[in-house]
Design a protein around this ligand. Structure first.
Ligand SMILES: [Zn+2]
Ligand SMILES: [Zn+2]
Length: 83
């Protein structure tokens, strides 16, 4: 299959970007800062975690646009009610 425009594939970031733990920690901090250190669901500032809006299992990348801040409670609900 040959698409007419291969340039569409050009992206700033590489897909399936794999971060080392240090970079991931930094990325998490950036997400928390962007979201004002508040759960984006309930506004709590405790027990904050970073949630992948599009999970890695569905080709979600470790990029700031794919991550959001949730508290442990809301994050648990996002993953089927388990904490
Ligand atoms: Zn919350
Ligand atoms: Zn999550």
């Amino acid at each position: 299959m040959q698409g007419p425009i291969n340039l569409v594939r050009l992206r700033q970031k590489q897909p399936r970007l794999k971060l080392n733990p240090e970079e991931y920690t930094l990325l998490r901090t950036r997400v928390l800062e962007r979201d004002g250190w508040r759960c984006q669901e309930c506004g709590s500032m405790e027990g904050l975690e970073v949630h992948h809006m599009k999970p890695r299992s569905r080709l979600g990348d470790d990029v700031i646009d794919n991550l959001m801040t949730l508290c442990a409670g809301c994050h648990g609900k996002c993953h089927g009610g388990r904490p």
